[in-house]
Design a protein around this ligand. Structure first.
Ligand code: ADP
Ligand code: MG
Ligand code: MG
Length: 255
C-alpha cells in the first residue's frame, strides 16, 4: 500500500513576461489501487500540475509538498522519481533520433528496476506487451517518438507504463488525438495494468469520453489552478451534461 500526497501545491511557469502563478493550492491524496480523474477546462492548469510533479524545469514549485510514502518527491531528480515508482507520461516526450524504441525502453526499465533485464526475456516481454497494445513489431526499431502519430505516442506511453510497472501513474490527456479504436486499445492497456497491479492513477482529462472506458473511483473538478469540487464517478456524468460553466462562471468558447 502506497500513498501519493499533494499538499497545498503552488507552482509558477516561466513566461517571457516573468513568472506566472498557475497552481494555487492543490490538495490531493491518491492511494494504491485508486483511480482519480482530474477534469477541468482548458487552461485551468491540469498539465502544469503534472509537469510540476514531474520536475519539468519550466515549472517552479513555489510552495507546498508532494510526498510519496512520506518521501519528498520534489527533492528527487527525474530518475529518482521514476525509481521511487512515479510514472509521468510526459517524462520522455521528446524525439530521440538514432535511439530505437526497443533500446530506449530497455534503458528506462534498467534505470527503474536497478538491473538490466535479460535480453531473451526482454525481447519476449516487449513483444507480448506490444501485441496487447496492437503495436506493430516494426515500431520497436523506430527512433523514439520520431514521426510518431498522436495515437502512436499514446500507445508508446501505455507500453512504457506496462513495462515500468510504477506505483503511481499520472496520465495527462491520454485520450487526446485518439480515434475510437485507439482509445479502446489504450484504455484496455491501462485497465490491464490496473488489474495486474495496485497502481494508483491520476487521469487528467478535459473530456469525459475516456471515463467510459476507465472507471474512476473519484472525480475532481480542476479550475483556476486548484481542485474546486470532488465526488464519485457521477460527478463526471454531471460534467458531461453541464460542462464546466458552473465552475468557471462562463461558458467555454466553442472548440
Ligand atoms: P491545462 O492543461 O488545464 O489546459 P495548462 O497547465 O496547460 O492548462 O496551462 C495553464 C495556464 O498556464 C494557461 O493559461 C497557459 O497558457 C499557461 N501556461 C502553461 N504552460 C505555459 C508556458 N510554458 N508558457 C506560458 N504559459 C504557460
Ligand atoms: Mg490544455
Ligand atoms: Mg493540459
Amino acid at each position: 500500500m502506497a500513498t501519493l500526497e499533494i499538499k497545498d501545491l503552488h507552482a509558477s511557469v516561466e513566461t517571457d513576461e516573468g513568472a506566472k502563478e498557475i497552481l494555487k493550492g492543490v490538495n490531493l491524496t491518491i492511494k494504491s489501487g485508486e483511480t482519480h480523474a482530474i477534469m477541468g477546462p482548458n487552461g485551468s492548469g491540469k498539465s502544469t500540475l503534472s509537469y510540476a510533479i514531474a520536475g519539468h524545469p519550466k515549472y517552479r514549485v513555489t510552495s507546498g509538498e508532494v510526498l510519496l510514502d512520506g518521501e519528498n518527491v520534489l527533492e528527487m531528480s527525474v530518475d529518482e522519481r521514476a525509481r521511487a515508482g512515479l510514472f509521468l507520461a510526459m517524462q520522455y516526450p521528446v524525439e530521440v533520433p538514432g535511439v530505437s524504441m526497443s533500446n530506449f525502453l530497455r534503458t528506462a526499465v534498467t534505470a527503474v528496476r536497478g538491473e538490466a533485464p535479460k535480453l531473451r526475456h526482454w525481447v519476449k516481454e516487449v513483444k507480448e506487451e506490444m501485441n496487447k497494445l496492437e503495436i506493430s513489431q516494426e515500431f520497436a526499431e523506430r527512433s523514439v517518438n520520431e514521426g510518431f502519430s498522436g495515437g502512436e505516442k499514446k500507445r508508446h506511453e501505455i507500453l512504457q507504463l506496462s513495462l515500468l510497472k510504477p506505483k503511481f501513474a499520472i496520465l495527462d490527456e491520454t485520450d487526446s488525438g485518439l480515434d475510437v479504436d485507439a482509445l479502446r486499445v489504450v484504455s484496455e492497456g491501462v485497465n490491464e495494468y490496473k488489474a495486474s497491479s495496485e497502481v494508483g492513477v491520476m487521469l487528467i482529462t478535459h473530456y469525459t469520453r475516456i471515463l467510459r472506458h476507465i472507471t474512476p473511483d473519484f472525480v475532481h473538478v480542476f479550475a483556476g489552478g486548484k481542485i474546486v469540487e470532488s465526488g464519485g464517478k457521477e460527478l463526471a456524468d454531471e460534467l458531461e451534461e453541464n460542462g464546466y460553466v458552473k465552475y468557471v462562471g462562463k461558458a467555454e468558447p466553442a472548440a
